[in-house]
Design a protein around this ligand. Sequence first.
Ligand SMILES: [Zn+2]
Length: 427
Amino acid sequence: MLIRRARLPDDRVVDIRVDERIVEVADRLDPLDAEQAIDADAAVVLPGLHDHHLHLRAMAAALDSLVVGPPDVRTKAQLAQALKFAEPGPDGWIRAIGYHASVAGELDREQLDTLVAGAPVRIQHRSGAMWILNSAALTRVGLADHPDGRLHSADDWADALPRRVTALADITHRLAGYGVTGITDATPDLTADDVVTLSLAHKRGEIPQRLHFLAPGKRILHDDRLDVDELIGWVGDHHDGDVPVALHCVTLAQLVVALTALRSAGIHPQDRIEHAAVVPDDMIADLAEAGVTVVTQPNFVAERGEHYLRDVPTDDHPQLWRVASLLRAGIPLAASTDAPFGGMDPWSAMRAAVHRSTPGGEVLGLDERISAQEALRLFLGHPDRPSVPRTVDVGQPGDLIVLTPGADVETLASDMVATTIIGGRVS
Ligand SMILES: [Zn+2]
């Protein structure tokens, strides 16, 4: 297809011929026979956004799940109310997401039974790494004797949970509206079947975006079962098969163990650390020296900042969700939303990286703010090289977004995206 009168980041206005890749960029191109042409009307054209870490299946499930965490639900009474009026799905299950202990403490099966006795209920913790099931639900999945009903993603039970088949088209349509042309699914327990299912959905056009998977090299680390030697072996085994790893690090202990394991096993050029939610000053140089890519989520500052301000000691605030200091140290960096655990709008994540405003209007990590252009680049990387931005040049992927005429990129406003083009086709 042909995009006429497109404004490049250097302010030149050109015509762009785009297919799977960008074929031609010139002052003036004539349309070929039967070629689709759109007029950008001198609006800015950018590479499409890539969300480097999200969870498609969970996003689809979240569309029709009950939210039982802040800000929607903040107290035990509100939780009881929400569950009482919850509509079970067609399979009889009540699915709830977004739970946090600030609502009603560390929930277990017994407490949940007092709230809902009859229908099977599963509540997902907002970290995505833990579920709480009531007794009816535990019986349904063959775990009737489970002591507290608190199931961790590292345990081998996930396959027992019935999965809802949800149309992904809704999610991917919304993503295209934000200008997202590529996604990396970061779900650690994706099976070969899941990958095939998602790839087929991609083929059928339900997922028009370029699709990249972190599984099987994705691993969530848990503070209560960190084992450096075991992790060194696991990383080494993956590297032996030329499979990069992506280690999920949200605490300091997890980061220390992950970095130790990576240094000891050796680093694959595509290895990643997911989140790096806590990075003390003295670990920045270690990370830079290791050269491992960090994929972070500044949106959590805007979404959960109140909790951090309250629950994390003030002296540790500068360590949270760093961006500017990692860039300054030369650490390969990219951003993502972690949807559905974070909001799915990448522009809102970029604005969070620029302003670092919490929901209450305070600033968390003043020195970690970056410019709008830097924030944008964090979402322009290649799927397998997240820190290397794509550009609007011949030979680059044919994934572009056309902004509305007159839109100022610096505002990072979500509604600037007029047209999303993936592989030379309007999505
Ligand atoms: Zn995630």
